[in-house]
Structures are given as structure tokens and as C-alpha cells.
Design a protein around this ligand. Structure first.
Ligand code: ACM
Length: 548
């Protein structure tokens, strides 16, 4: 799939087959090499969910006849293993082969993200549940995991499973990986089961590590280096005895958006260094400032090893606010790291000769600012990376009233249509865009009579989330804020699909002198045919409004 899951509507694919595998000899080499680094490789063999590839080859292991296709996109699928004796024989054969290759104590058997809809409809499953006195499908999952646990334990090994294996009752010898937050880990520790903490919000290195508009496509949310470092895997509400069941924490990297080893390194480092201190440094000795002082040494070491670590930590990020007299004041912050901040306003990549940032910049016209950091004349940040557009117009910093209330919740509720700052999209996140379930209906007060001839509106087009362009835009003007005269009515294409983006549409009209401008952008109401979810309730997403 090209781009993020929600980038394109319809989704686009590169058509390249993706079909690689390890031979047994290659796996033996991986295990042997890792052992020379004192690393124990634990394989994860997914069951009973995430099994579509197996069902494509062995449809007899499913609850219905199939046929099944190997998935062409990632995600959670309803078709899962059917717990027949044939399936158990298959899984035990696979695990036997796997245990022959991986000599470590643990085998991870997955257990996560297993929809129960097919089991619910399956006569076989319902009969099995009756025979085994299982009250529901969660207990059927527990039955499967418990049988696999018995098998693996009988071979002298131990299973690890994701926290969903708590559903329907925890199998006797299972170690739990708590990924959907920490509650699974707490429950397991209270039942005196070993736990590895790996909650998404602190431990998923496939999340963004910096500003979502600046970073390469990632899974999203957001997990900064500082947030990883701040994590404490031992929940405060465990008793001292229960706390001993928390074995430690794990950093995860999932490769939905990672196509190359270089990109994997970029996402792993330096967050893995922070995670190492989370699990290896006593709480009383953890100190983020001290960690960041030592970070350049880690970076030198990683450079020496040719590791493509992320330099996001060095990024200086601009932020802005409008001034009462209609300028945009841009401040640039380098976070915790003292450095030389250099910037350009002409689109060029900053060099150590570019202007040095000292005081907030006052923009009197729209500009794209690019920012880089330096130390002792050498670049620290990734030079071409940080770039942000600011818009200055007659509307900048001017007050407006919204005659329809914006939608609460995501995308964010920053009521900032005239603050000069443009919105951004990345991962599943949208920043700086106001959404409406009905029409945008706003009156902007320019403060005094002004000649105007054009309005430009940034619309978020994010049709995978039912945020469509409007079907029509109406602009009217008024000197007193009470009586409005129409200036323009323009049709717009609410059915536009393609790549999600903030689209700035211009609306030009006969030059007039006015103080108040009323803008109505008509919501299409229902998502048009041809988009991802036709018929659903459409929303409008509004970014910056400019008046010229
Ligand atoms: C997981 O992220 N599905 C464990």
C-alpha cells in the first residue's frame, strides 16, 4: 500500500509481490549470531487470529470452506483458526518445528486481535463450547491458549501471549505482554503471572517521535524520546509481591510503514537507548537531562556503526501566534538541547551562514520557514526537514464568530481559523483544523473598512474519515455586521477523492470595501458515491481563512 492507510481514497498499491521467508538455515544463523551478542531471539507464532495467510494455504483449518486470499493490506481480519483437532495438530507441528529452531525458554504464541464473529456463527465452535462447558467465545479463546500452553510446557518451554489472553481466563503458565495500556499487566501480576510491559503509548517505536508534519509516515500516535524515558514499567498500585511479577518492558516496532532496514533504524534509535535506561537503571538514578547530555556520545557510536538513527531530538520547531496588528509572530524552540538555530524564509535549506534565530520573527507576509540547528558550525538536525508555512492576510488575528458550533473531539478543537498557522496531517492525526458536522457559517470582523477582492479557505479533504470538501461556498459582505450583500456563490466538488490534503481554494469577487465578511461553506451532508464510505455523515474540516 502506498502511503498511510488513510492517505489515499481509494487506497493505492504498488503491485509488487511481497513473499519473502526465512529458510531454517537462515533462522539458525540469526539465532546463532544473536547469541554471540548475548541476545535471545523469541519467535512469535500468531494464533488463533492473524492467521489469514495460513488459511489461504490450508483452508481446512478455518471454520468455513473458504477459499481464503492472503491479505493485500494490513489489519485485523475476521477469518481466524477454527479450533478443530486438525488445527491443533497443525499448530503443534508448527510449534515443534519452531522449538527446534529457537532454543530459548520462551515461545510467543500471539493471542491478540482475534475477532470472534466466525466462531459465534460456527456450529462446530458452538458444539465444542457446549461440550467443554465454555460460556462464551472468550472462553473458547482461553481453551485454545490453554491447550497450546500445555503442549509448549510439556516440551520444557513457556508461552508468552498478548494481553487478550486474559479474556476468558489466563492459562496456567502464561507470561503476559501488556500492550493495550497497562491494565492487562496489572491484572496478570495480581494473578501472580509474569508480565512484560509494552503499552502502546510508551513502547511503540512505530509511533511518531516528533512533529507529525515533519516526520516520515508512521503509524501514529506520538511517542517522543522524553516520553519513552519517562516510562516506569512497574505500576504504582501493585503490592511489593505483585510488583515482582513485572519482568520488565519491551520496545516494539511494527513495520506497516517501514520498508527498509534504514527506516527501522530511524524509528528504533535513539528511543531504544531511552528504553534501555527505563529497564536497566534504578528509578532513583534516572535523569532525563543527564541522559540527553550523554546522547551525543550514543549518536557518535551509532554513526560509527552506520546506524541510521533519528536526529529528531535536535529539531527546532517553530510555533506562531497572530499579533493584534495582523502580523504572525514565529517563535522557534530547540527543546532541551542548546544549539545554534538557523532559518530561511525563501524556501532554501538553512546553512550555518543563514540568519541565526534569536528573537521571535514578525512576519508581515505569508512565508515558509525552514529551520535547522547547528553546533560548532556543524549541522545537528536533519537539514532539509523542518518546514512550516504561515499565512498572513487581512484576516490574520481578526476575530470571528461561528454561527454553527464545531464538532468536538478529533481532529483537534483548536478554533484557529485566522491565527496564521496552517494545519497538518500525519498518521491518524490532524492538527490545527476545525471540523463541522453541519455548514461552516462564520462572520469575520476585519476591525475596519478594508478593500477586499478574494477569500482563500483551506479545506481538509480526508475522505477516509468522511471529511469532504464542501458542495458550495457563499461569501457576503457587510459594513455594519447586520445587513449582508452577496459577493459570490461558487460550486465546489464535494465528491473529490484522491490523496488526503489541506486544499486551499480561492474565491475571487468584484473588489469591494467592507468590514464584515460572512462565509458559508455548505456541507454535502452525506458522503458522496465513489468515496470510501458513501452515505455516511460528512464533515467539513476548515484550516486557515485568508482575506485579500
Ligand atoms: C499488537 O500490537 N497487536 C500486539
Amino acid at each position: 500500500m502506498w502511503g498511510h492507510y488513510d492517505d489515499f481514497d481509494p487506497q493505492l498499491f504498488d503491485g509488487k509481490p511481497y513473499n519473502e521467508f526465512y529458510t531454517q538455515d537462515e533462522i539458525r544463523e540469526v539465532v546463532r549470531y544473536a547469541a554471540t551478542k548475548h541476545i535471545n531471539v523469541i519467535p512469535e507464532i500468531e494464533m488463533p487470529g492473524h492467521a489469514l495467510a495460513a488459511l489461504a494455504s490450508y483452508p481446512e483449518l478455518a471454520c468455513t470452506a473458504g477459499p481464503y486470499q492472503v491479505a493485500t493490506k494490513w489489519g485485523v481480519f475476521d477469518d481466524v483458526f477454527c479450533p478443530t483437532e486438525k488445527t491443533f495438530t497443525f499448530l503443534q507441528d508448527v510449534l515443534t518445528e519452531v522449538m527446534g529452531l529457537f532454543p530459548g525458554k520462551y515461545i510467543h504464541i500471539g493471542g491478540d486481535e482475534c475477532p470472534k464473529v466466525v466462531w459465534h456463527k460456527s456450529a462446530f465452535c458452538q458444539q465444542l463450547m457446549k461440550r467443554e462447558h465454555l460460556k462464551n467465545e472468550n472462553q473458547l479463546q482461553s481453551y485454545i491458549i490453554t491447550r497450546i500452553d500445555k503442549f509448549v510446557t510439556s516440551k520444557g518451554r513457556r508461552i508468552i501471549g498478548w494481553d487478550e489472553i486474559l479474556q476468558g481466563g489466563l492459562s496456567p503458565n502464561a507470561t503476559v505482554m501488556s500492550w493495550r495500556g497497562i491494565n492487562g499487566g496489572i491484572q496478570a501480576a495480581k494473578q501472580h503471572h509474569d508480565v512484560i510491559m509494552t503499552p502502546g503509548q510508551f513502547c511503540y517505536f512505530n509511533f511518531y517521535q516528533g512533529d507529525l508534519a515533519q516526520e516520515p509516515t508512521a503509524f501514529g500516535g506520538s511517542l517522543s524520546l522524553a516520553k519513552v524515558y519517562a516510562y516506569d514499567p512497574t505500576p504504582a498500585n501493585l503490592s511489593p509481591t505483585e510488583a515482582t511479577y513485572i519482568l520488565g518492558a519491551q520496545g516494539n516496532i511494527w513495520t506497516e510503514y517501514i520498508a527498509t532496514p534504514d527506516q527501522a533504524e530511524y524509528m528504533i534509535w535513539p528511543r531504544a537507548a531511552a528504553m534501555a535506561e527505563v529497564v536497566w537503571t534504578p528509578l532513583t538514578q534516572k535523569n532525563y537531562d543527564d541522559f540527553t547530555r550523554r546522547l551525543p556520545t550514543h549518536f557518535e557510536r551509532l554513526s560509527h556503526l552506520n546506524v541510521n538513527y533519528a536526529r529528531t531530538f535536535y529539531d527546532a520547531l517553530p510555533s506562531a501566534k497572530p499579533t493584534p496588528d495582523g502580523h504572525v509572530e514565529v517563535s522557534i524552540s530547540a527543546g532541551t538541547f542548546a544549539s545554534d538555530i538557523r532559518y530561511t524564509l525563501d524556501g532554501s535549506i538553512p546553512s550555518e551562514e543563514s540568519p541565526r534565530y534569536e528573537l521571535p520573527l514578525l512576519l508581515s507576509k505569508s512565508a515558509t520557514i525552514r529551520v535547522a540547528t547547528f553546533q560548532n558550525g556543524k549541522p545537528l538536525s536533519q537539514l532539509a526537514k523542518v518546514e512550516k508555512a504561515y499565512l498572513v492576510s487581512k484576516a490574520t488575528g481578526k476575530s470571528y464568530t461561528l454561527l454553527n458550533a464545531p464538532t468536538s473531539g478529533r481532529p483537534d478543537r483548536n478554533y484557529s481559523l485566522t491565527d496564521g498557522t496552517t494545519g497538518a496531517i500525519g498518521g491518524y492525526e490532524v492538527a490545527g483544523v476545525v471540523t463541522f458536522k453541519n455548514d461552516l457559517n462564520t462572520i469575520i470582523d476585519l476591525g475596519k473598512l478594508e478593500p477586499v477582492e478574494s477569500v482563500r479557505i483551506g479545506f481538509l479533504k480526508y475522505t477516509a474519515k468522511n471529511i469532504c470538501l464542501p458542495k458550495q461556498v457563499e461569501i457576503s459582505i457587510s459594513e455594519d455586521g447586520k445587513t449582508f450583500k452577496p459577493a459570490l456563490t461558487a460550486r465546489t466538488n464535494a465528491a473529490e477523492s484522491g490523496k488526503r490534503a489541506i486544499i486551499r481554494l480561492p474565491f475571487d469577487f468584484q473588489p469591494v470595501t467592507t468590514r464584515y465578511i460572512r462565509i458559508i461553506a455548505r456541507n454535502v451532508g452525506k458522503v458522496p458515491e465513489g468515496l470510501r464510505y458513501p452515505g455516511r455523515t460528512a464533515q467539513l474540516g476548515i484550516d486557515e481563512i485568508e482575506v485579500r
